[in-house]
Design a protein around this ligand. Structure first.
Ligand code: NAD
Ligand code: ZN
Ligand code: ZN
Length: 236
């Protein structure tokens, strides 16, 4: 991934300054009118971006105070990417906060319910407990890692192999897991799944995270796309 870039440069890379016409719209970051100065004027010291500057994101066309976008960016993991707070369009390459670990892939001939015409891809995620970094909720505090290694399954067909390649991209961008609070156990400061669903059961579906599930591959492709991981990433 790219080295951290100057925050002001990131904002200016993806927002086009809107000038002249008064904008009778709210900035959904600070909830002030776009025609008034940014609500972050006092908290965000910035040389080149003034509190009254308004910018429009280049692809989705949503507008915000440029200083508000700077504040939002500075609050995140500062990876050089921006995500529109209104429509979630991603600018640049979104990365996450997945702790260090290992992703292992193998195949076996046994098939999955609903995919009887092919074998199975097995992904094993290994993550161990450790100490939270500056990108995590409580830097310096330990995090736990429950239920690892975690075993996941995909049908070994064309679509399943495509999902696998995209999951590898997501893994390298640190998007598969995060450190937070588990919905299932309520434990905080622990490694949890992050918005990209995996099938952790193969021939039972007691948890709802197993097969058969005819929509699974399409659903996970949509979840990957929502994180900026699409087929385009495989062509580069
Ligand atoms: P979580 O409970 O905070 O949920 C985050 C997301 O993961 C949610 O979208 C949820 O739907 C999904 N999820 C929940 N349980 C899942 C499961 N069993 N398989 C696949 N997806 C699941 O996330 P979490 O705390 O990371 O995981 C939930 C629980 O599942 C934890 O208690 C974990 O230890 C356990 N788990 C164990 C194994 C294992 O091999 N022993 C594997 C996977 C998950
Ligand atoms: Zn604002
Ligand atoms: Zn947008």
């Amino acid at each position: 991934t790219a080295a951290p870039t100057d925050p002001e440069a990131v904002v200016k890379k993806y927002l086009v300054e809107v000038k002249g016409t008064p904008v009778d719209e709210d900035c959904i970051i600070c909830m002030e009118k776009l025609a008034s100065p940014s609500g972050y004027s006092d908290t965000c010291e910035c040389r080149t971006i003034k509190p009254e500057m308004v910018g429009r994101l280049m692809n989705c066309q949503h507008s915000f105070h440029m200083l508000c976008v700077l504040a939002m960016y500075s609050n995140g993991n500062k990876d050089g990417s921006l995500q529109c707070p209104s429509c979630k369009t991603i600018y640049g390459e979104k990365t996450g906060t997945q702790p260090k670990g290992r992703m292992e892939v193998s195949t076996f001939p046994q098939s999955l319910p609903g995919h009887r015409d092919c074998g199975t891809i097995q992904i094993v995620y290994h993550i161990s407990r450790g100490i939270q970094g500056p990108e995590h909720p409580n830097p310096g505090m330990p995090y736990t890692a429950r239920g690892f290694p975690r075993y996941c399954y995909l049908p070994d067909n064309e679509k399943g192999r495509k999902v696998l390649e995209l999951l590898k991209v997501a893994w390298n961008r640190r998007l598969i897991f995060t450190v937070g609070t588990s919905n299932t156990t309520g434990e905080s400061n622990t490694v949890v799944w992050n918005e990209i669903h995996h099938k952790t059961e193969m021939d039972t579906n007691l948890s709802g995270h197993g097969y058969p599930d005819p929509n699974y591959l399409d659903n996970v492709l949509a979840e990957l796309a929502a994180q900026g991981v699409t087929e385009d990433c495989l062509r580069k």
